[in-house]
Design a protein around this ligand. Structure first.
Ligand code: GTP
Ligand code: MG
Length: 301
């Protein structure tokens, strides 16, 4: 009986765009929805720099999820490109999922609210990190957003503990328009493997280095060779802005870079599900974050 009715139920599909301030948990939520680690996650803001597409297939629906960089007031060209990529993602949205944290006030979210205001698609507010606070704090937060009257629903979740995810999935199913899937059901993303490899290296750099170093770093995979019976050989270049940063990344006797290489290799092997040989090189390109041509070469369109 159930199978019968599901067969007759119309298929829903569309683009669901995750937006919010840096560090609110967009990438964590994306991974929780997909039940896969696709987007990198670190404790520091501005981890994600580009739109990341992930395909969520459910019964009678397909949601094409777009994780985006945190919305901020840009101070240099890379950040301008980050904000531009958020706007581009939103322009293809069938539904906007705005994330906030339970501890954040509505005033802290003005930049995000302003950015999404002019889009007439349905909007869902997700209040994340509810595991970090007492239940009593949640009700005033929900009431404040209900007062704005901009969201079709408000869903409290913990992306980290995967709490509240089902409610969001069913909201996606119900809201996405009736239509055919955009991608085959076994596809997880449309980004090439080398993109995710570069991201995993960047993630390890975020974890290993402090202050400005991760923000001054870009990673680009220069060569990716798969040969049957052999380890997949990957060569990646880590670009930094100054000689001093190169020194920090390489470390005494090359130890720091070796540590990045080892932890990145484990993560890449897990992602690709095969043994990997990873070669890392560090290159200085001064002020790359402000240089349109270098940004393009590094993959930041
Ligand atoms: N306690 C708790 N921490 C969370 C939750 N969701 C995410 N985090 C943490 O918040 C930090 C930022 O998470 P991300 O998923 O990278 O956040 P983001 O919004 O993608 O950040 P940007 O890419 O920088 O914009 C990480 O340390 C996560 O582990 C949650 O539900 N509870
Ligand atoms: Mg992110």
């Amino acid at each position: 009986m159930t199978t019968e009715s599901n067969k007759e139920a119309p298929f829903h599909s569309g683009y669901a765009v995750l937006v919010g301030r840096p560090n609110v948990g967009k990438s964590t939520l994306m991974n929780a929805l997909l039940e896969e680690k696709l987007a990198i996650v670190t404790p520091r803001p501005q981890t994600t720099r580009q739109q990341i597409l992930g395909i969520l297939n459910g019964e009678n629906f397909q949601a094409v999820l777009l994780d985006t960089p945190g919305i901020l007031t840009p101070k240099y060209l890379l950040q301008e490109k980050m904000v531009h990529s958020v706007k581009k993602a939103i322009s293809s949205a069938d539904i906007i999922i705005m994330l906030t944290e339970v501890e954040k006030k509505v005033e802290d979210e003005q930049l995000v609210l302003d950015l999404i205001e002019s889009y007439s698609v349905p909007k869902v507010l997700v209040i994340n990190k509810i595991d970090t606070t007492r239940k009593e704090k949640l009700l005033p937060a929900i009431a404040a957003y209900q007062g704005l009257d901009r969201f079709q629903t408000i869903i409290p979740i913990s992306a980290l503990q995967k709490d509240g995810i089902e409610r969001l999935v069913s909201e996606l199913h119900d809201t996405l328009p009736v239509g055919q899937p955009f991608y085959p059901p076994d596809m997880l993303s449309n980004e090439p493997e080398r993109f995710f490899v570069a991201e995993l290296i960047r993630e390890k750099i975020f974890f290993q280095f402090r202050d400005e170093v991760p923000y001054s770093t870009a990673v680009h995979v220069e060569s990716f060779k798969e040969e049957s019976g052999k380890k997949t050989a990957i060569e990646a270049v880590i670009t930094v802005e100054r000689e001093s940063q190169k020194g920090i990344l390489i470390g005494k006797g090359g130890l720091a870079l070796k540590k990045v290489g080892t932890s990145a290799r484990y993560a890449i092997e897990l992602f690709l599900d095969c043994p990997v040989y990873l070669k890392l090189t560090v290159r200085v390109r001064s002020n790359w974050r402000k240089n349109a041509q270098i940004l393009r070469q590094l993959g930041y369109e």
